[in-house]
Design a binder for this molecule. Structure first.
Ligand SMILES: NC(=O)c1ccc[n+]([C@@H]2O[C@H](COP(=O)([O-])OP(=O)(O)OC[C@H]3O[C@@H](n4cnc5c(N)ncnc54)[C@H](OP(=O)(O)O)[C@@H]3O)[C@@H](O)[C@H]2O)c1
Length: 345
């Protein structure tokens, strides 16, 4: 079966990844890609990896009817235009934060409020590893944030398998690439300013804390660094369990959680150069790598998680969720591997 798909915000970074994924998807056919600033230009003009496409960007005010609409627009756009999106498509997958949180109060606390709070109860959060059963047939899907995705995937097995109760201290440090800021980027992401940095850009109070809190049910102390890579989010979680934890407990928890997951791989010690999760190894793919190490002397457990922010952290996750919502094979269009060796992602 073929499903028509559109991308609102197709000229942006995650929009470009969605267009690449739709292009290679066995059951999706691109019907429309919008951009106000690039209207009538070919999508290859903006995304050189898609030069073979004859599709041209069109005006988001003139949406075509499709089976699935992906909204890859800045925060605030989807909540304003959700009626138009839902008129155009039975399944809407939003990559922004507009429908991720449960309540208006959370938007008041973490964002600048919400204009359509009555719809928050209708949306399903897409970390398929967390919420797969609720995505089947979902009509409004909120694709998870990239830093939150990396963090939740790293910590989830510890809660699901009783290693943590929720009372322990957890400190999370995420390093992210410049594409996280979008194609607009801004001064801080311009090449001369970004090159070579390891810059704490959200030492405290990052908005993704709210997502982590909501879906893991715990508070985490969260810091994000901007580092010199284009793609990737690498989360290092320092965890201080109350009781003793063995390597066997950890392997049991992580294998139990992820052995049937098509897009999560355990990478923990072993041989070779890449012994722990590494964004470079998953660049361009929908895969997440998750691993851990024990530090018994300090009663600490350290968990690592690496994703490509524009794939498992956004466009890939959005397509994965759409596959589930539409009843397509979950992995359709997402099964390819990354490159090795490769330069900085
Ligand atoms: N970058 C990441 O790693 C990442 C990861 C997870 C989630 N996200 C979320 O995904 C969304 C897109 O991020 P991005 O990095 O792809 O952003 P981006 O590169 O800045 O692209 C934004 C896109 O939205 C369009 N747009 C802007 N305002 C619009 C409006 N009012 N109506 C319709 N289209 C509009 C832009 O094109 P025109 O202005 O030409 O119309 C552009 O195509 C954001 O909400 C972001 O938070 C991003």
């Amino acid at each position: 079966m073929t499903y028509s798909a559109s991308v609102v915000g197709g000229s942006g970074f995650t929009g470009g990844e969605l267009l690449r994924l739709i292009d290679g998807h066995p059951e999706f056919e691109l019907a429309q890609a919008t951009s106000r600033s690039k209207e009538n230009k070919t999508i290859g003009n903006t995304h050189p990896n898609l030069r073979h496409s004859e599709m041209r960007f069109s005006d988001p005010a003139e949406l075509e009817s499709v089976d699935v609409l992906f909204a890859a627009t800045p925060h605030g756009v989807s909540m304003e235009q959700i009626d138009e999106f839902q008129d155009a498509a039975d399944t809407v997958v939003d990559l922004s934060a507009d429908f991720r949180l449960d309540s208006e109060a959370q938007y008041d606390e973490w964002y600048d409020g919400h204009t359509r709070p009555e719809l928050l109860a209708d949306s399903e959060y897409a970390l398929p590893e967390l919420n797969r059963e609720n995505l089947e047939g979902a009509e409004l899907i909120a694709s998870g944030g990239c830093n939150a995705t990396a963090t939740i995937l790293g910590l989830l097995p510890l809660f699901e398998h009783g290693i943590l109760s929720g009372d322990e201290q957890i400190v999370v440090d995420v390093k992210v690439g410049s594409s996280e800021g979008g194609a607009g980027g801004g001064e801080a992401s311009s090449h001369p300013e970004r090159s070579g940095v390891v810059r704490p850009y959200a030492p405290t109070g990052h908005r993704h804390e709210a997502e982590i809190q909501q879906f893991l049910g715990v508070d985490v102390s969260f810091t994000v660094h901007a580092v010199d890579m284009v793609r990737g989010a690498s989360a290092t979680c320092h965890v201080f369990p109350d009781g003793p934890v063995s390597k066997g407990d950890l392997w049991g928890a992580y294998r139990g959680q992820y052995e049937d997951e098509p897009f999560v791989e355990l990478v923990s010690g072993g041989g070779g150069v890449y012994r722990y999760p590494e964004p470079k190894a998953v660049a361009g793919t929908n895969r997440a790598e998750v691993g851990f190490e024990l530090d018994p002397g300090n009663k600490r457990l350290v968990v690592f998680s690496a994703i490509d922010n524009m794939m498992k952290g956004s466009a890939g996750q959005a397509v994965h969720a759409a596959n589930i919502a539409l009843g397509i094979e979950e992995t359709a269009g997402l099964e390819f591997q990354g490159l090795h060796p490769v330069g900085a992602p």
